[in-house]
Design a binder for this molecule. Structure first.
Ligand code: ADP
Ligand code: MG
Length: 276
């Protein structure tokens, strides 16, 4: 049993505070979905968990089974059992996914593992063309191929806890189903998942035990799977409005967000009723 514990986490990039007091706990076998508007800090949370350079922890703690992660470099977090499927997987010219995984697994184990056969088996399960396994990692791959590739890596590496940052973006419906169902099998074998998504359809195949709504760098509400259905019907308005009561509201514009006052938001809205 492994538990990732995030307590009162604050994260800044440069002098911009992005996350402010996030609490989350993900244990083996559990699926926690994190949903939220563009720019609310979802990728920042995944980057902070993995220790991406530039994301400074300003408060709180990040622990795996009581071990502090915040002082560890990314490779050590991966060795401790964390995995991140990136929203925008990095292109690595000159290195194939097979070579990447051979190196990663050699670090973890003393006996040689037949990565090639494992990868071919996993690629078959999720419909990833096997000739991609020897091509440069993510270079000139379609969005769907990249996400299938991330899923194959996840299955071969078999971490304790996986963070999936919009695994569903760029995937067609069949690929989404294949990847999500493969990960669901892994959760039955003990994988814990923090699943960042905008859409319920991923959760149809990878059912969430808990759903958390991240707005303006804070968890605005947590609930059961029904919360994701509610969002699909009503959007984030309820949560963004409740954020209005504080000093400002986070407005997402094409993926960028900016802090504005509530009255400023109304002025900026070309459809706002001036008499309201
Ligand atoms: P989400 O994944 O929820 O759409 P992000 O975590 O990507 O949101 O971004 C949250 C906010 O933090 C945005 O305003 C974004 O511009 C800013 N941000 C995130 N990462 C960086 C970075 N490396 N440099 C500058 N700003 C960043
Ligand atoms: Mg994101």
């Amino acid at each position: 049993m492994t538990t990732l514990t995030i307590k009162n986490l604050g994260v800044a990039v440069g002098d911009q505070q992005i996350l402010d007091g996030v609490n989350l706990e993900v244990s083996s076998g559990e699926v926690h979905a994190v949903m939220g508007p563009n720019g609310s800090g979802k990728s920042t949370l995944s980057n902070a968990i993995m220790g991406k350079a530039g994301y400074q922890i300003t408060s709180g703690s990040l622990e795996l089974d009581g071990q502090d992660l915040s002082s560890l470099p990314t490779w050590a977090r991966a060795q401790a059992g964390l995995f991140l499927a990136m929203q925008y997987p990095t292109e690595v010219p000159g290195v194939s996914v097979r070579e990447t995984l051979e190196l990663a697994l050699a670090e973890r184990s003393t006996h040689r593992i037949d990565v090639q056969s494992m990868l071919i088996e996993e690629a078959n399960k999720i419909g990833l063309a096997s000739d991609l396994l020897d091509r440069a990692l993510n270079v000139d791959m379609s969005g769907g191929e990249k996400k299938r590739n991330e899923t194959a890596q996840l299955a071969v590496l078999a971490p304790q806890i996986a963070v999936l940052d919009e695994l569903d973006s760029g995937l067609d419906i069949d690929a989404l189903r294949a990847c999500a169902e493969r990960i669901e099998v892994m959760t039955e074998e003990g994988l814990g998942v923090l699943c960042i998504t905008h859409y319920h359809r991923l959760l149809d195949y990878l059912p969430a035990d808990r759903v958390h709504i991240l707005v303006g760098g804070r968890i605005a509400e947590s609930g059961g799977p029904e919360l994701a259905r509610e969002l699909e019907a009503d959007g984030y308005a309820r949560f963004v409005e409740s954020d209005n009561d504080s000093e400002g509201v986070s407005v997402a514009i094409g993926g960028l967000s900016q802090q504005t006052s509530a009255s400023q938001t109304e002025l900026d809205d070309p459809f706002a009723d001036p008499l309201a």
